[in-house]
Design a binder for this molecule. Structure first.
Ligand code: NI
Length: 398
């Protein structure tokens, strides 16, 4: 076992310069959710060139690679691969060439880390008792997300996946450290659109119309009463409207307003209530004002709840490799992640991988135009995944 571990450390060092090249290539040509065509092609072709097999998928983007596909059970590692509609403001030489699209959440890093892990584990596959699946998932950033689509396609079957490992780079955690937390860690996401239909009229004759803007204003305020008056304050929720559009001119009563909102909670109990309360409030306000509406719940990601059994593996292999002081506790967050869907089906955990290094300016928040990653963390992430797979196999076959 120790000899195999030493081999992994050496190989991770060896593959790392290639992973940096792959990451830069992905960073330079970022693609939006469900449009990751070049990204998918690049990942598949690169893995193929190392003899790693790709599964045939119905999904038009995303890839699943396999090592030891004939074994009876599997463990999976997941990376997300999509980018964001942001105009990059960094000055790195491999800055985005797709104007207005940027890897501002580090999914380029995720892909390169899992690609390198696949290459290493493929080269020692004879010594592994089970199958390893590498899931390169599309559309994490855009609900309903790619996770559920891939699960429905059967990526957790044939052979059955017993545990799944995920990660996310973290600009608030120093390079070389990882962050863990058991249980509910990231919030559920309920994304919804509401269109309010009123009736147009002259601004000076409001009684002849139905003012969709007035109804929308009341609705935005009333929704906060769900937060303050209807939900157990010990299981809090957040409701935010990020877009509100409506009206044509200052002297016309608006006949239509579109509101785009999102609701978050870390409590599965509160989540059960959210969509019902949004519907009831919308219905009540629109009814009171004589307006009609269309409510569309676009997606409802579950609460991301990490399993202690998977975190224990992350913890044990990483502290043995790099020291106990390299492990931090992750705070809970109202951010969402569709990795939560896998964790509803099978045990697993999402850890945080530190990328903070002030020297490179990699301490900027996720989704900002100057987001940067410290590429040294690629090595740490790769070692973490390789060792976690080995540890899982040694526990499973015991
Ligand atoms: Ni992300």
């Amino acid at each position: 076992m120790q000899a195999l571990k030493n081999k992994i450390f050496a190989m991770a060092k060896e593959v790392s310069p290639n992973q940096i090249k792959w990451r830069r290539r992905l960073h330079q040509y970022p693609e939006l959710s469900n449009q990751e065509f070049q990204t998918t092609k690049f990942i598949k072709e690169t893995l193929q060139s190392y003899g790693v097999k790709n599964l045939k998928l119905k999904s038009r983007t995303g890839a699943v690679a396999l090592v030891n596909e004939t074994k009876k059970f599997a463990v999976a590692i997941r990376a997300d691969i999509d980018a964001l509609p942001i105009l990059e403001k960094t000055t790195v030489p491999f800055k985005s060439k797709n104007a207005g699209v940027m890897h501002a959440c580090g999914h380029d890093m995720h892909a390169a880390i899992v690609m390198g892990t696949a290459v290493i584990l493929n080269s020692i596959k004879k010594e592994l008792p089970g199958c390893v699946k590498f899931i390169f998932q599309p559309a994490e950033e855009m609900p309903p997300g790619g996770a559920e689509v891939l699960i429905k396609e059967g990526v957790l079957k044939n052979p059955d996946v017993k545990m799944i490992f995920g990660h996310h780079v973290d600009p608030s955690l120093e390079t070389g450290k990882i962050g863990l937390r058991d249980g509910p860690t990231m919030a559920s996401v309920t994304d919804f659109d509401i269109t309010i239909y009123g009736k147009g009229s002259h601004a000076a004759k409001p009684h002849l119309g139905v003012d969709a803007i007035a109804a929308a204003a009341e609705l935005v305020n009333s929704m906060q009463k769900i937060v303050s008056r209807e939900i157990d304050p010990l299981n809090p929720i957040v409701i935010t409207f990020g877009i509100i559009e409506g009206g044509r001119a200052r002297n016309i009563i608006a006949d239509q307003v579109l509101l785009k909102g999102t609701a978050r909670t870390l409590s599965p109990e509160s989540l059960k209530q959210i969509s019902k309360l949004i519907k009831r409030t919308t219905d009540g306000i629109c009814h009171a004002r004589g307006a009609s509406y269309k409510l569309n719940i676009l997606a409802e990601y579950p609460v991301l709840s990490n399993h202690a059994s998977a975190n224990r593996i992350y913890h044990d292999v990483y502290s043995a490799a790099f020291g106990k002081n390299k492990i931090a506790e992750v705070p809970q967050s109202m951010g969402g992640e569709d990795f939560a869907y896998y964790l509803q089906k099978i045990p697993g955990a999402m850890c945080r991988l530190g990328i903070k290094n002030k020297k490179f300016g990699s301490d900027k928040p996720w989704h900002s135009a100057d987001f940067m990653s410290d590429e040294e963390s690629i090595y740490y992430g790769t070692v973490l995944f390789c060792l976690s797979v080995l540890e899982y196999f040694s526990q499973y076959s015991r």
